[in-house]
Design a protein around this ligand. Sequence first.
Ligand SMILES: [Zn+2]
Length: 210
Amino acid sequence: MKALTKETQAAITPKGAVELLKEGNSRFIQKMKADRDLLEQVSDTKSGQFPFATILSCIDSRVSSELIFDQGIGDIFSARVAGNFVNEDILGSMEFACKLAGTKLVLVLGHTACGAVKGACDDAKLGNLTALISKIKPAVEAVSEPVDSSLRNSKNIDFVNEVAVKNVKMTIDNIRNDSEVLKEMEDNGEILIMGGMYDISTGKVTFLED
Ligand SMILES: [Zn+2]
C-alpha cells in the first residue's frame, strides 16, 4: 500500500474518509491488516504529507489511532490528550490539519473505561491533572441519570461510559463553537466533524452518526 499523494488525498471526500476509517477498523478486528512497507512509506512521504483524517483520541496506551484504524505513515494526523477534549492548542492543530494540510475528516474518538473520565466522575485531584480533569467535568454534569449520587462514580462503568460518549459530543460542540475555521469548512462541505467510541474489550470503533 502506497502513502497518500496530493492527488489521492484530493480524490477522497469527507464521507469517503469515514469509510476509509471504518474499513481500517474492520481490518484491525479481523486480523486482516493491510500489506504496507512502513519504511517505503517513509520514503514516499519525505517531501510532503497528504493525510486524509485528523483524529483526536485519548493518551490511553490501548487507543492508538494508527493501530486501531490500520493506518500507515502519512495517513492521519493524530492529536492525543487524556480525555480527548479540545483547547486552543488542539483546535489550532486541527485547523492546520484541515485548512492547510487538506484532511477531510475530524474524528473525536472516546473510549470505554477511560481513566480520565473516571477521574472526572470521582472528582480526582492531583497536580496538573486537576485542571485537566476539570475540562471533562461538564460532561459528568450533563449526564442526568442516575440521580443517586452513590451511583455517579467510577465504580459504575455504565455511567463512566455514558459520560465518555457525552464528552465526545460536547467536544464536537466545542470544536464548532470555538473554531470558526473548522465550522466554516464543515458548513461548506469540505470536512465532516464526527464522533466515535472505541471499545477496549473488542477493538471495535462505533461511529456516533448524528
Ligand atoms: Zn482515556
